[in-house]
Design a binder for this molecule. Structure first.
Ligand code: ADP
Ligand code: MG
Length: 217
């Protein structure tokens, strides 16, 4: 499908690793969705991005590709983390990232959510991971107990940020962000953009690019 670099819906028009582009072909992701086309160039350039778009617009692959493209697989340290409001959403995000990462060998994505025993998660963290996906409460617990080290984190994603706030995760988010390196890229996705989200983005993001997509095609 991507026979022209001038086609701005083509994944191959991006500065995206070839292995990721060919894997997208095998997944039958023939062209970018509008939010992907509008956010990926800035995300791949390392900018902070606020993305607003309705459910099903392809936000996971947007930040998932940015995250995978930035990752140094040889460095077995936690380099990116995605915060989600619920365990179900975290599982879906982890599944999509693993699918997008199929072309890259030995990528370790670890989910850390509440409602599952804490002890085994410590064991998994000791084994190591490149990417963490999870819910703010449990991640905050690991960060405070020192079982999750974020020293090498260079990309933080807040997915469904409005829902995380509605669920009362503001304090957990603040604690996690306080313990994250300040030299990092931050991506924030939200279906709505209430003033609490604006307050968060003002305090944790640097010159964010706003991308708003109202239709899915
Ligand atoms: P959102 O988070 O915006 O609600 P998702 O990221 O869950 O949406 O994506 C919805 C669906 O679209 C998923 O099943 C995903 O695999 C699929 N998808 C994402 N991007 C593309 C694409 N470029 N081409 C085809 N399918 C895609
Ligand atoms: Mg989503």
């Amino acid at each position: 499908m991507s026979n022209s670099a001038s086609n701005n819906k083509s994944f191959s028009s991006l500065t995206l690793d070839n292995a990721l582009v060919s894997n997208l072909k095998s997944l039958a992701y023939h062209e970018m969705t509008p939010i992907q086309a509008q956010s990926l160039p800035d995300m791949l350039a390392g900018k902070d991005v606020i993305g607003q778009g309705k459910t099903g617009s392809g936000k996971t692959a947007a930040f998932g590709l940015a995250l995978l493209n930035k990752l140094n697989v040889k460095r077995f340290r936690i380099q990116s983390m995605v915060l989600c409001p619920t365990r179900e959403l975290a599982d879906q995000v982890a599944k999509e990232i693993r699918k997008l990462a199929r072309a890259i060998h030995n990528i370790k994505v670890l989910t850390l959510c509440g409602g599952t025993p804490f002890g085994p998660q410590i064991g998994s963290l000791e084994h190591g991971a490149h990417i963490i996906v999870g819910t703010p409460g449990r991640i905050e617990e690991h960060v405070i107990k020192g079982t999750l080290n974020l020293d090498d984190l260079n990309l933080l994603v807040l997915d469904e940020a409005d829902r995380m706030l509605e669920m009362g995760f503001q304090a957990a988010l603040d604690n996690i962000i306080d313990r994250s390196p300040t030299q990092r890229q931050t991506l924030l996705f939200s279906a709505t953009y209430p003033k609490q989200i604006k307050a968060i983005s003002d305090s944790i993001m640097t010159d964010p690019v706003m991308v708003e997509v109202t239709s899915t095609d």
